[in-house]
Design a protein. Structure first.
Length: 220
C-alpha cells in the first residue's frame, strides 16, 4: 500500500514508453485527506481547520487531474463544495481550494454525484468543462439546485456543454426541463485519440454493453 502523494505528478506514471509521452501525459494529484496542492512544485496546504466533527469520509477523497495532450480529465471523488448551511458549509468547501489549481478541464466527473453540497460556481467557472459526467444511484444524484447551477445560461453556457449520467434515478425529481440536458443514461466511456487533441464519448447499455449513443469527435 502506497500513500497518495498530494501535489505529485510522478506517482502515477505510464508503464510502457513513459519517455515517449513525457511532454504529453501527466497525472497530477490535486487533493486528499483535507490537503490540497498549492500549484507550485509539490507544495501542499490544508483545506480544513474547523470543527473536527464535520470531517467525514467524503472530505478524505483523493482527487487528480489527468492530462494527455490538449485533453484533461478531472476526478476528485466526493469532495464537498459548501452549499450545505446545516453543516457549516464554508468549513466544508474543498472545491474552492481545488478550483484554484485544477485549471481548464475537458471532461469533469462531478464531485459527490453532483449532490446538494457539490459542484459550486467557483469550480464551474475555473474548470469550465466541456463535458460533465454524473455517476448516479439516488434520486438526488444530481440534486435539483445543483443541476440548475450547472445549466444556468448566465454562468455556464450550457448550449456548449454536454451532460452525461449513469442512470435515470433522478429523472422524476429533476423534471423533464432539466433532464433534457442529458444524453441517454448508461455506462460512459471516454475515448481520447492518439496525441490527445481529439476525444469522443460513448454511452453503453448497462445490460448488453451495446453502444446506444456516440458523440461527435471533439477537438482539433
Amino acid at each position: 500500500m502506497e500513500k497518495f502523494k498530494v501535489g505529485s505528478r510522478k506517482q502515477f506514471i505510464l508503464r510502457h514508453n513513459p519517455g515517449k509521452y513525457k511532454k504529453l501525459f501527466e497525472v497530477r494529484n490535486l487533493c486528499a485527506n483535507g490537503i490540497v496542492w498549492t500549484g507550485k512544485g509539490e507544495k501542499t496546504k490544508p483545506m480544513f481547520s474547523g470543527d473536527p466533527e464535520l470531517f467525514d469520509e467524503n472530505m478524505n477523497s483523493c482527487g487528480f487531474r489527468i492530462r494527455y495532450g490538449d485533453f484533461s480529465y478531472y476526478n476528485c471523488g466526493d469532495i464537498p463544495g459548501g452549499n450545505f448551511p446545516l453543516c457549516k458549509s464554508l468549513e466544508r468547501d474543498f472545491e474552492s481550494y481545488v478550483s484554484d489549481v485544477c485549471g481548464k478541464i475537458t471532461v469533469m466527473k462531478c464531485d459527490h454525484h453532483a449532490a446538494t453540497d457539490a459542484v459550486n460556481m467557483k469550480l464551474i467557472a475555473a474548470a469550465d468543462p466541456e463535458v460533465f459526467i454524473i455517476p448516479a444511484c439516488h434520486r438526488e444524484h444530481p440534486y435539483k439546485a445543483t443541476m440548475v447551477r450547472m445549466t444556468d445560461p448566465l454562468c455556464n453556457y450550457p448550449e456548449k456543454k454536454e451532460f452525461y449520467i449513469t442512470s435515470e434515478s433522478s429523472r422524476k425529481d429533476l423534471g423533464e426541463a432539466l433532464w433534457k440536458h442529458f444524453k441517454p443514461a448508461g455506462h460512459i466511456v471516454v475515448r481520447v485519440y492518439p496525441g490527445g487533441e481529439r476525444y469522443q464519448i460513448f454511452v453503453l447499455d448497462v445490460r448488453t454493453m451495446n453502444v446506444i449513443y456516440s458523440s461527435s469527435i471533439s477537438g482539433k
